[in-house]
Design a protein around this ligand. Structure first.
Ligand code: PGA
Ligand code: ZN
Length: 426
């Protein structure tokens, strides 16, 4: 049996950064090498995402993953026994076919993704390639170092709804290298923390490591972002800019209106667009994610026209599903796609989403989730697929730093730096 064939698949329940259960899978090859991968999990989930299998019941608040783990060690292990990990597409296809549902609900996207990612890593190991090189081989791309988009202030579902808008992020648009970008990010985050302390604001630490000063008005958060740039000695707009993740789906009520509870205001879609147009005029904002809800297809074209000089990213809107990205391309909606591998549930599916975006000249932002593990796969993935931009969360805790630090290692390989050229509109 050739060295790259699967001899054994093992899995276990481990914990993510919010101490919730998640799946880790381990593949052992005939040649003796073992590779491991674990999967992240979100809080502001899109309805169109692949389905995470959770146990329900009392233990772990219903969030246990023992059924997903059994699916890996039982059905999936038998299905893939002897499969060559160098055939990634075939492996992912087998998983999709065996699952038999459109959203991987039967086996669980957490089960399929853990195995799918472990297979990519096993193939890298057996081929003697760094992980990002194996990924580049599969994606047919020339690896590049991505520009980070980083949470500084957070609210929404990431911080007990302490602010209406989910995330206020920075992009070091003028940085000449990844390590310079990272240094600027740390400076801005410290400056923001200092400013909050000086203003006597108690800051909750959000799930992705951002600060949550709990402002009722979004403009207060935007002002603080600009003040933090200044305090860090960086020129707003030229060196550093703002990105927003409105996560508008989580603001919508049953009638589809957008409720800003902290502010005490409700907006319709037209008013949402106008509000964001005003923010873009008043602040150095270069990117807005999920500025409208995931099902608000009717108003997304107007949003896109009103703000087409900015990057408009779909997260919940696309849920890393090629079919939804294709629909948006046809209808002239957004110009960038957030890529979260676990929204898709298979490595090859995430690659297909990137490919769909790229063919239509939509930018891509390779993204972590609010629940992450110490697995740094995402860093190699963003580099390998030449994703252009990466969204990991703040520079605060080790599940995030594992990725930032892996990018520092990859920087030593002398790869090209994406810089601001990969921000939409392309
Ligand atoms: P999630 O959110 O990982 O909690 O779903 C991240 C985001 O909305 O970008
Ligand atoms: Zn988002």
């Amino acid at each position: 049996m050739s060295a790259s064939r699967i001899r054994r698949i093992h899995a276990r329940q481990i914990l993510d950064s919010r101490s919730r259960p998640t799946v880790e899978a381990e593949i052992t090859l005939a040649g003796g090498q073992t590779a491991r991968a674990s999967v992240p999990s979100g809080a502001s989930k899109g309805k169109a995402e692949a389905v995470e299998l959770r146990d329900g019941g009392e233990a772990w608040n219903g969030l246990g993953v023992s059924r997903a783990v059994s699916n890996v060690t039982g059905e999936i292990a038998r299905l893939l026994d002897g499969h060559d990990v160098l055939d990634q597409a075939g492996l992912d296809e087998k998983l999709r076919d065996a699952d038999g549902t459109p959203n991987l609900a039967r086996l669980g996207a957490n089960a399929t993704l853990a195995v799918s990612l472990a297979a990519v890593r096993a193939a890298a190991t057996v081929s003697g390639l760094p992980l990002y090189r194996r990924i580049a081989e599969l994606a047919g791309t020339t690896p590049t170092l991505p520009l980070p988009m980083v949470n500084i202030l957070s609210g929404g579902l990431h911080a007990g709804r302490g602010m209406d808008v989910q995330d206020f992020l920075m992009i070091p648009v003028g940085a000449r290298s990844y390590s310079e970008a990272l240094a600027w990010i740390c400076r801005v985050r410290s400056a923001a923390a200092e400013l909050c302390a000086e203003q006597g604001l108690t800051t909750l630490l959000a799930d992705e490591g951002g600060l949550s000063p709990g402002f009722a008005r979004s403009e207060q958060a935007l002002d603080l972002m600009v003040a933090a740039f200044e305090r860090a000695g960086l020129a707003a707009g030229e060196q550093v800019a703002i990105a927003l993740d409105v996560a508008a789906s989580s603001l919508q009520d049953n009638s589809g209106q957008y409720r800003f509870d902290r502010l005490g205001q409700t907006y319709n879609a037209k008013e949402m667009i106008e509000l964001q147009r005003q923010w873009v005029q008043a602040y150095p904002i270069v990117s807005i994610e999920d500025g409208l809800g995931e099902d608000d297809w009717d108003h997304w074209p107007a949003m896109t026209q009103a703000l087409d000089s900015r990057q408009l990213v779909g997260d919940d809107l696309f849920a890393t599903q090629p079919s939804r990205i294709n629909r948006a391309i046809e209808e002239g909606i957004a110009n960038a796609v957030l890529i979260k591998v676990n929204q898709n549930g298979l490595f090859s599916g995430a690659l297909a989403a990137i490919d769909t975006a790229r063919r239509a000249r939509y930018a891509t932002v390779i993204s972590a989730r609010s629940g992450e593990t110490e697995d740094a796969f995402l860093a190699d993935f963003a580099v390998g697929v030449a994703g252009g931009q990466i969204k990991i969360g703040s520079v605060r805790s080790s599940e995030r730093l594992a990725k930032y630090n892996q990018l520092l290692r990859l920087e030593e390989e002398g790869l090209a730096w994406s810089g601001a050229s990969m921000i939409a509109p392309l």
